[in-house]
Design a protein around this ligand. Structure first.
Ligand code: M6R
Length: 609
């Protein structure tokens, strides 16, 4: 949801900002801009469109300077036009602001400022920040920002420069992430590690209500009360190469293929095949608490919510603890009933999703314990939570989540086994058998990935259909939801995930020759029931693409296309069944010529409500 980059140092500023913006582009890509300062002169370039449009524009009319900021936008207030593109400025045109987040009271502030004589030129909420800083500016940007922050309601990560307070980059955070990168005689500010890892692995995460004053001699930190704060840097061990496409056409395809590695790394060091025990050091909850857990409350959004739905089946089946799953965006408005023996689990790839963070805070307000299953070190969710279980998927850049999803499933399986041990609800042999099978999953995913050509051929046949139904039952019902979401978000085809048994209660009326059904019918306790549902579709003239278990001959002649996956224990079938659905969605979107990594209207991290 908008990406921010800033730099002060000796490197050429414009190429550096553009490179950073390209890495941040997945956060938003409807318009972009940079501002650089050269001595006393400020230069700004903004365009509607993507970073490549900004880059082309800069080739025609180049800019230069010694420090500056850049922004790539996902529009919230104001259409995605050049005028509304960041950076924004005050009346004097010299106070420059890039912003990620939302200023909720911007209209009120805007009207007040207009009454005081300020002139606004954009439709954005961000512009009020520039004018407020102008109002309070007495020579130091950080002091004016502290004054301004007293009037701002909402969430914001900011990058600010001005030739009036030269050779200084200001970064601030209240809500969305802001990272300061420390290189040799150079400093960065960024919304995301991905934009700066090529230059430095030494970073400092700003906390809420903190400001960084970045100058070529060093960085100082203040809080919004104006007090200096001591902060230490940390080393990030992500390999910058992980944020490259590595020969793949798209990040999404690369990330689909990275799943065996991501899952192996997520399992590594956390299990013993001798004892059947799991080791989750970062959980930070003592055995006494775990022993008494009476309910698991899972909150998440989008794909992470689908992982949560599967997590419910895993936790209830393995640890015998009841679990409920809520959309974080709904949970925060419920009349919550909490008990000290409940455990909250917030699942979030980015650790930035505003709804998930808000729901976590609701649980904390009730004195509840909450852990997060998260992929991004140091993200907001990891700082809010009592305990963390990291997925070791590595940076996920494609807007459509793939490797983060399967890594979340692995963590949920580990958590289920861990809880089962704490509750003494599991025996050693069963636990060892589960862990053995979990360890085989990455290889079984490799076997599915080897069939990518067949999945590509099947996709070709279905490129021009406009509606799809995805059916699954029991633990594979959420896989149907996730398969449908993948198709929707990158190929703009209407797709609905449905529990197969509910078809006869209404949706079966939709079935005709123009509405293909993707049916998940791998070997498990409900396979025979799904077979019946498949024949109900076929009888009504619908086409069926089935996901079936290797060696299962029953499907032959009963469906139009079959994609086989290796056999696994029934509760792990979702870990494999989702892989062909990811490839199916990817191939359809690619064949339709869509921008797979940057689908329209979406952004990778949704840091607004
Ligand atoms: O970073 P999070 O896991 O909290 O993100 C949640 C959703 O926004 C995310 O899963 C979204 O649904 C993806 N685009 C799905 O592919």
């Amino acid at each position: 949801m908008c990406g921010i980059i800033g730099y002060i140092g000796k490197k050429k500023i414009v190429p550096l900002l553009l490179e950073g913006l390209k890495r941040l582009e997945y956060r938003g890509y409807d318009s972009a801009g940079i501002a650089v300062i050269d001595g006393k002169n400020l230069h700004i370039k903004r365009v509607q469109g993507k970073i490549k449009d900004l880059e082309e524009n800069l080739l025609i009319s180049p800019l230069d300077g010694s420090y500056g900021v850049g922004h790539t936008r996902w529009a919230t207030h104001g259409r995605p036009t050049e005028e509304n593109a960041h950076p924004h400025r005050d009346c004097t045109g010299t106070i420059v602001v890039v912003h990620n987040g939302i200023i909720e009271n911007y209209l009120k502030l805007k009207n007040q400022l207009i009454n005081e004589g300020h002139k606004f030129i954009t439709e954005t909420d961000t512009e009020v920040i520039a004018h407020l800083i102008e109002k309070y500016f007495k020579g130091k940007l950080e002091e004016a920002l502290i004054e301004a922050s007293n009037h701002l309601e909402g969430v914001y990560a900011l990058g600010i420069i001005s030739p009036k307070d030269p050779k200084k980059l200001i970064a601030a955070k209240y809500g969305p992430p802001m990272i300061i990168g420390i290189g040799e005689d150079e400093y960065f500010l960024s919304s995301d590690l991905a934009a700066i890892l090529n230059h430095t692995r030494d970073v400092i995460f700003l906390e809420d209500k903190e400001i960084a004053i970045i100058q070529s001699e060093g960085v100082k930190f203040l809080n919004f009360d104006g007090k200096f704060v001591q902060k230490n840097s940390q080393k990030i061990n992500w390999d910058p190469v992980m944020t490259e496409k590595g020969g793949f056409r798209h990040f999404m395809l690369k990330e689909i293929y990275e799943q065996p590695r991501a899952l192996r790394e997520t399992i590594f060091g956390r299990i013993s095949l001798d004892t059947g025990k799991t080791y989750i050091d970062e959980l930070n909850l003592n055995d006494e608490f775990l022993k008494n857990v009476s309910k698991i409350v899972i909150i998440a959004c989008g794909t992470s919510w689908h992982a949560g739905l599967i997590g419910k089946y895993l936790i209830e089946s393995i640890s015998k603890i009841p679990a409920e799953v809520d959309y974080a965006s709904e949970y925060r408005y419920k009349d919550l009933i909490w008990n000290k023996n409940f455990l909250g689990v917030a699942i979030t790839q980015s650790g930035e999703t505003a709804d998930t963070i808000a729901a976590m805070r609701e649980i904390k307000k009730l004195g509840g314990k909450i852990i997060t299953i998260c992929n991004v070190h140091g993200s907001m969710a990891t700082r809010e939570a009592d305990g963390i279980i990291y997925t070791h998927a590595g940076p996920e850049i494609g807007v459509a989540s793939t490797k983060a999803f399967t890594s979340q499933l692995v963590v949920l399986a580990l958590l289920a086994i861990h809880l089962a041990w704490a509750k003494k609800n599991i025996n050693k042999d069963y636990s060892i058998s589960l862990l053995n099978e979990l360890q085989r999953i990455p290889h079984k995913i490799e076997m599915i990935l080897n069939k990518d050509k067949k999945i590509e051929q099947i996709s070709q046949k279905y490129v021009f259909y406009n509606n799809f139904l995805y059916l699954g039952r029991w633990i594979n019902y959420p896989v149907a939801l996730e398969g449908a979401l993948k198709l929707k978000e990158i190929s703009y085809i209407h797709a609905e995930g449905y529990p197969a048994g509910e078809m006869k209660h209404g949706p079966i009326a939709l079935i005709d020759t123009k509405m293909p059904t993707v049916a998940i019918a791998t070997k498990d306790r409900v396979k025979d029931k799904v077979m019946n549902n498949i024949s109900e579709v076929k009888t009504r003239g619908g086409e069926v693409i089935a996901i079936a278990t290797e060696g299962d001959e029953e499907m032959k002649g009963k469906v139009d296309e079959i994609i086989h996956v290796p056999e696994t224990s029934e509760i792990f079938t979702p870990f494999l069944n989702i892989i062909p659905l990811q490839l199916f969605a990817y191939n359809i979107a690619f064949k339709k010529g869509y921008d797979v990594d940057q689908p329209r209207n979406l952004a990778k991290s949704v840091t607004v409500e």
